[in-house]
Design a protein around this ligand. Structure first.
Ligand code: ADP
Length: 500
């Protein structure tokens, strides 16, 4: 099968697409207990190009049992930190050896430009695995000079241990399928946990290829289990499973709340990385051309399907027209096409559902009086394309300004002073990220503490680093992934007090 004869994929990608379709339980690739399968759709054409097992509660049970066995009794329970480090480094090497294949699979499955998949998704996933490998040997407790005031005539010694939290259920979204898998699997493997991973139903393929690499790297059976399936079946079964100790979820705020409630019923630890409506704030000293290019990258990267997308563009009124003109020019010039074409800058959205959702938002903006400076329409052809869109004449109370659109749509809003823009930037239930565009250090520093967001970028946007904690204020989530902070999410602290 050759999906795009003019953009042929590698032999390994073709071979994977032919064999893909089963789920990973223990060390075995198996079909769903129900025998059901899910269609995998190419978002650039709307055609089904693969099918995968559709896992449900019965499969989640099997996967949790395999993960439990590996955690409690298997070889993995005795693996030393140094071996966890070595295994993660080996896995990262295998990902690097297969980087082009992973990028091609991601581009076909999600629709994103293959060049971006290779240099962002796959590159960051590899980097994060190496970063987490380093942590495997650096997990520490502390010793304490405990007094135990109740017993004055004896001496005590106290220390804490950090222990792997146990079996983790990870539920991930479709916007960065491999990278989100890596964000969950990396810390689980570094800390000694085991995992059941449920990829998004729209984009199960790279997780399955990653599962093959995990086995090839030499991980014991059951350390990573992968159950593709629908959210309300497989996802819900995993989130509410009494046999897991932690749920790590990335997705919408709406589903995150359901997942959090299901987890709380079993007192399962939970970390949630949810939606956003991140402000991009352009101060009056910013160069309009630089700000326009930055704003374009902030919103159009990954077709705007980014939880940190800079979807509200606040521009000082003295710069408003220049920045909007620059941004609209960039948007209008972006090359739209299938992700597998290396020259594509804007691929299709992930699904027809997502395309309809985004077009619905754009139409609601028009109904409320907004105007498109550029875009504002679906793309041509059968794929799920939406043209990069800049909306002006918007008010803070419009739906397009308040709700997460998760598409290539930015609203541009003028402002007059810093207190005003800080207030309006924070006037949202979300608090994931923000960016400030200015070289005026004093004003930038004064603004940073006022912004209620887990990440603030200055003169850049969407710049991630494995060492930087990532997560949200308010309804953008609970917990911080990456950096030192992620170790806390995948470990329990045990306090030990010894009477000497
Ligand atoms: P989006 O709106 O971007 O599609 P979702 O939050 O719906 O994001 O999906 C993120 C992940 O959550 C996906 O893997 C999806 O299958 C899963 N999911 C959806 N509904 C549920 C649910 N009720 N319980 C658990 N997981 C779910």
């Amino acid at each position: 099968m050759q999906l795009y004869p003019e953009h042929p994929v590698g032999e390994n990608t073709r071979a994977f697409l032919e064999r893909a379709g089963r789920m990973l339980i223990g060390a075995d690739w198996v079909g769903a207990a129900s025998g059901e399968t899910l269609a995998v759709i190419d978002p650039a054409s709307g055609e089904t190009f693969a099918r995968v097992a559709a896992g449900d509660a019965a499969d989640v049970d099997r996967a949790v049992a395999a993960a439990r066995k590996a955690f409690e009794h298997g070889e993995w329970s005795r693996v030393r930190p140094v071996d966890r480090e070595r295994l993660l480094l080996r896995l990262a090497d295998l990902m690097e050896e297969n980087a082009q294949e992973l990028a091609e699979i991601e581009a076909l499955d999600n629709g994103k430009p293959v060049t971006m998949a290779r240099h962002v998704d796959v590159a960051l996933a590899i980097d994060f695995m190496r970063y987490m490998a380093g942590w495997a040997t650096k997990i520490e407790g502390s010793t304490m000079e405990v007094s135990v005031p109740l017993v004055r005539d004896r001496e005590f010694f106290g220390f804490t241990r950090r222990e792997p939290v146990g079996v983790v259920g990870a539920i991930i979204p479709w916007n960065f399928p491999l990278l989100m898998a890596a964000w969950k699997v990396g810390p689980a493997l570094a800390t000694g946990c085991t995992m059941v991973l449920k990829p998004a139903e729209e984009t199960p393929l790279t997780a399955l290829r990653f599962g093959e690499l995990v086995l090839e790297a030499g991980y014991p059976a059951g350390v990573l289990n992968i159950v593709p399936g629908l959210g309300h079946t497989a996802g819900a079964a995993l989130a509410g499973h009494p046999g897991i100790e932690k749920v790590a979820f990335t997705g919408s705020t709406e589903i995150g709340k359901l997942v959090g409630k299901a987890a709380l019923d079993n007192m399962t630890r939970v970390s949630l990385e949810l939606g956003g409506k991140s402000p991009v704030i352009v101060l009056d000293d910013a160069d309009p051309a630089v700000a326009a290019a930055g704003a374009a990258q902030a919103i159009f990267f990954n077709q705007g399907q980014v939880c940190t997308a800079g979807s509200r563009l606040f521009i000082h009124k003295s710069r408003f027209d220049d920045v909007v003109e620059g941004l609209s020019g960039i948007a209008a010039g972006m090359k739209i096409g299938p992700g597998i074409d290396p020259s594509t800058q804007i691929g299709p959205l992930v699904s027809s559902v997502q395309q309809k959702r985004v077009m619905g938002y754009i139409d609601s903006g028009f109904e409320e009086g907004a105007r498109a400076a550029t875009g504002g329409a679906a793309g041509d052809g059968l794929g799920f394309f939406v043209k990069p869109t800049v909306l002006v004449d918007v008010r803070d109370d419009m739906k397009v300004v308040r709700e997460e659109i998760f598409g290539p749509v930015v609203v541009a809003l003028p402002y007059e002073d810093l207190d005003e823009v800080a207030r309006r930037a924070n006037d949202t239930p979300y608090g994931l990220a923000a960016s400030i565009w200015s070289n005026d250090l004093s004003r930038v520093h004064r603004l940073i503490p006022k912004i209620k967001a887990g990440t603030v970028w200055v003169n850049c946007h969407n710049m991630l680093d494995s060492a930087m904690p990532f997560g949200g204020y308010k309804q953008s989530g609970i917990g911080r992934e990456m950096g030192r902070a992620v170790i806390d999410l995948y470990t329990e602290s045990k306090s030990v007090v010894m009477m000497l």
